[in-house]
Design a protein around this ligand. Structure first.
Ligand code: B12
Length: 423
């Protein structure tokens, strides 16, 4: 059932189909979301002499461009899964419909091995549905499940219907550029200049996914960029790093020089949040000159609960200075969305309100994330003591579901008011 990644990585001469399943959720938005982990594995397997194909059910389900290379995807209303049935919001399947998945599979050669990826733990329903569909169609072909859900919830994933599960972070794969050419007309590239994170925040699972913080060698990043941008009409690049600015003089600055010289036309984005401590004036200028268009900033909050959960990653002064520097070089408040967490264990309403007011007064835009427990993290253990259902039902890890409807950290009306106060 559980497969050592070495076995998979040893494959040669096979026809391999990689699948990024549709997402079943209340909402889904393309914030430059690509299945990076799966693409890494496919790129590696192709370099070892396998024929690889990709069915990305999110990309293939694209219906309308929404700017910066991103797409709105098809969606169909779905019954809510039983545990979430009392949540007063609609539920959808995003991406290709089951019929459309079959039609796409008709166009691909029959695979020897199928690799299914998984991203958010609470998206497992789309993974299970897709595996069932694949098993009906290719009953004898081994289906291997990997990715973040499989890694964080291996026992649950054992019921996915997959023949094998790769549940560890696995050995470091030798460098291969991301095979963006597996997409028909990719308009954005995704880059990670490092794996893992040097910080250990109480709510975050990054260290479980990649135990060590490992910057990638600059020549590898340059080669990755060259290959990805040659794969199609790429106009935008999103960085997935947890700590893009770490050691910025040695790494980020040379990377930006390279970007300015070779790719002055690209728009760059940091959807995963930048460390505000590193945003001094010269760095703000570099970001602006290099073409970083949308920046997300990592703050989490200004009170003591958010500060402790975020491993005391910054201070109010540092945040104010960072925003001041970014505004001074020409960024607009709308370019500077700042991540805040609401509903952390023990966090008061005042603390959340103060955080929102603080970000606004600094001249940036607050972006509120409802706290949700992620398996293996410190805060998951605390949450599981109060709500043991999260140990067996990953649907409750959904940030839309957990704090508003399971822990009921604030009453629903308060959540609505908080959201309204962001504007
Ligand atoms: C980039 C990122 C995002 C992007 C988009 C990601 C996407 N593709 O959809 C954005 C910024 C939009 C995002 C948003 C959010 N994210 Co996020 N995100 C990440 C981040 C930083 C990287 C994810 C990634 O692609 N990693 C790359 C990995 C998978 O690649 P890799 O290591 O090379 O992968 C290995 C294995 O996984 C394996 N593999 C992968 N697939 C397969 C398949 C097979 C068959 C095999 C064998 C192997 C395999 O291959 C690799 C080689 O070893 C992670 C943290 C992290 N450091 O990973 C959080 C993370 C996934 N996000 C998380 C969270 C909480 C969120 C938000 C809920 C935050 C919020 N409150 O708003 C939102 C939800 C968004 C939504 N509803 O769509 C959590 C997970 C939550 C959960 N319950 O699962 C994580 C783990 C961070 C954390 N806080 O702990 N996120």
């Amino acid at each position: 059932m559980f497969l050592e990644p070495e076995k998979l990585y040893g494959l040669r001469g096979q026809t391999i189909l990689g699948i990024n399943p549709p997402v079943l959720d209340f909402a889904w938005f393309d914030l430059w979301a690509k299945p990076l982990g799966l693409l890494n594995v496919l790129g590696f397997l192709r370099s070892r002499g396998n024929r690889v194909h990709l069915l990305d059910c999110m990309y293939e389900g694209r219906v309308k461009p929404i700017g910066s290379g991103r797409w709105k995807v098809a969606q169909e209303r779905r019954e809510k899964p039983a545990p979430l049935r009392d949540i007063p919001r609609h539920f959808h399947r995003f991406g290709l419909s089951p019929v459309a998945v079959d039609e796409r599979l008709d166009q691909l050669p029959a695979p020897d091995v199928i690799l299914v990826t998984s991203i958010m733990t609470y998206w497992y329903a789309g993974v299970f549905e897709t595996i069932a569909q694949l098993k009906r169609r290719y009953p004898k072909t081994p289906v291997i499940l990997g990715g973040i859900y499989a890694l964080l919830c291996p026992e649950h994933a054992a019921h996915s219907g997959a023949d094998f599960i790769v549940a560890g972070s696995g050995p470091e794969l030798p460098f291969t550029p991301l095979p963006l050419d597996l997409y028909e007309e990719p308009q954005y590239a995704v880059l990670s200049a490092s794996r893992g994170c040097p910080r250990r925040c109480d709510y975050c699972a990054s260290a479980l996914i990649a135990p060590r913080f490992q910057p990638k060698p600059l020549p590898d990043i340059f080669a990755d960029l060259a290959r990805q941008t040659a794969a199609g009409p790429v106009t935008d690049v999103a960085f997935y790093d947890d700590a893009l600015l770490w050691g910025k003089e040695k790494r980020f600055q040379p990377l930006c020089e390279h970007l300015r010289e070779k790719y002055p036309h690209l728009r760059l984005h940091t959807p995963n949040g930048l460390s505000v401590n590193e945003l001094d004036r010269p760095t703000a200028e570099i970001l602006r000159q290099t073409g970083f268009a949308t920046l997300r900033l990592s703050l989490e909050g200004v009170g003591k609960t958010a500060d402790a959960a975020g491993a005391h990653k910054t201070s109010q002064d540092n945040y104010l200075r960072a925003v001041e520097n970014l505004l001074a070089v020409g960024y607009q408040p709308d370019d500077l969305e700042t991540y805040l967490l609401a509903g952390l264990p023990g966090q008061s309403l005042e603390e959340v309100e103060q955080s929102i007011a603080f970000v606004k007064s600094a001249g940036a835009r607050p972006k509120l994330g409802e706290f949700s427990p992620i398996p293996g993290t410190k805060l998951f253990q605390a949450a599981a003591e109060a709500h043991p259902i999260i140990l067996t039902e990953p649907l409750w890890h959904n940030n839309t579901a957990y704090a508003p409807y399971l822990s009921r950290h604030f009453p629903p009306e308060t959540w609505r008011q908080l959201k309204a106060s962001l504007l």
